[in-house]
Design a binder for this molecule. Structure first.
Ligand code: CA
Length: 237
């Protein structure tokens, strides 16, 4: 299972059938997403008003507010107008799917569906709306990181990194220019509950640097005294 990454896409699952909601959130979390759940429409509305997720999985039939109504309201609000929505429908409602799509759902799956199928839809939709967060490859300057094969190359040569250094580099490359404190990196790479000294971050950043750069190559990692570390946004220039 991947470590929790605070920059991972956030998904809200709205499903009144508790066992299905649990199954979905378990599998989405295993894929590295940050998952929140709601079992009722009104509860979902509140969560959506408070903080919009990156993607919404929305059951059609809910005890109070229907999925269709939630979707309609989302589309009417500026902040959630383009929020990606996957609708879950029962087979008997399948002939109504056109209505679902007409109120603005991006995709739908018919129950009972296979979890891998839903996960594939989620990936496809996120890739469509925010390719930089879900792209299989990150490339900056002469540095390339492949998330699927877990390979890193610089100027075409393979760079061998340990799993922690890999996640660290992936995290930094996702937000070039942004400086992360040691505490933020600990949370993102090791997880909130890890009781690890902040100096551990320095050790791993040191290893990462050593692996990335040969003698006269530019160092892609910036150290900001008193603040933390970031991926140098001037690196590619
Ligand atoms: Ca339902």
């Amino acid at each position: 299972m991947r470590q929790k990454d605070q920059t991972a896409p956030r998904i809200l699952v709205v499903e009144d059938e508790a066992s299905l909601g649990e199954l979905l959130s378990y599998n989405l979390e295993a894929e590295g997403y940050i998952v929140d759940r709601a079992e009722r429409g009104e509860e979902a509305e509140l969560k959506l008003l408070e903080k919009a997720p990156d993607l919404l999985i929305l059951d059609w039939m809910l005890p109070d507010l229907s999925g269709i109504e939630i979707c309609r309201r989302l589309r009417a609000r500026e902040e959630t107008k383009t929020l990606p929505v996957i609708m879950l429908t029962a087979r008997s409602e399948e002939n109504e799917r056109v209505r679902g799509l007409s109120v603005g759902a991006d995709d739908y799956v018919v129950k009972p569906f296979s979890v891998p199928e839903l996960l594939a839809r989620v990936r496809a939709l996120l890739r469509r709306v925010s390719p930089e967060r879900i792209a299989a490859r990150l490339g900056i300057g002469d540095l390339e990181l492949d998330r699927e094969s877990h390979r890193v190359r610089r100027s075409g040569r393979d760079i061998h990194l340990g799993p922690t250094e890999f996640r660290l580099l992936e995290h930094l490359m996702q937000r070039p220019g942004r400086v992360f404190t040691r505490a933020q990196l600990l949370d993102a790479i090791w997880g909130l509950s890890a009781e690890i000294d902040e100096r551990t971050v320095d050790v791993h950043v040191g290893r990462l640097r050593k692996a990335l750069s040969r003698a006269n190559e530019a160092d892609p990692i910036r150290t900001v005294r008193g603040a933390g570390y970031g991926f140098d946004d001037r690196f590619s220039k």
